[in-house]
Write a new protein. Structure first.
Length: 113
């Protein structure tokens, strides 16, 4: 997927609207358009990264921004939350711009489907 066709890159550029929950120079956290829980946010680097090997380079920034979203939405008061990254089609990945899902507000099953 090219950067110009990437929905998350378009959100970063403001070409597609999104509810911005937290943001740094490097990372954006938005509300998922199709929420799978009462709270469902997506945290992704503003840089278009597709491959897992580049995740370590942005991991600290991603988790700092996720922490800001957790605090802003007081997710720790909800009894638990889940952070998930789908990588590859078999894992259910649809958008080829790496991102963490942050889900909260309902019980979650294990193992995930
Ligand atoms: P994944 O299947 O792990 O690649 O997750 C992609 C996520 O992006 C899905 O949960 C979608 O609902 C979400 N998504 C797709 N387009 C948008 C959008 N324009 N704004 C917010 N979330 C989106």
């Amino acid at each position: 997927m090219s950067e110009t066709a990437c929905v998350f890159c378009k959100i970063v550029e403001g070409e597609i609207p999104a509810e911005r929950i937290a943001e740094t120079d490097e990372v954006l956290v938005i509300s998922d358009i199709n929420p799978q829980a009462p709270h469902h946010y997506l945290a992704f680097p503003k840089q278009h990264i597709e491959v897992f090997s580049k995740v370590p380079g942005v991991a600290r920034s991603l988790f700092e921004c996720i922490e800001a979203a957790v605090k802003k939405r007081d997710l720790e008061s909800l009894g638990g939350f889940r952070i998930v990254m789908n990588l590859g089609k078999a894992a259910g990945q649809e958008v080829e711009h790496i991102h963490f899902h942050l889900l909260a507000g309902r019980p979650f099953q294990w193992p995930p489907g």
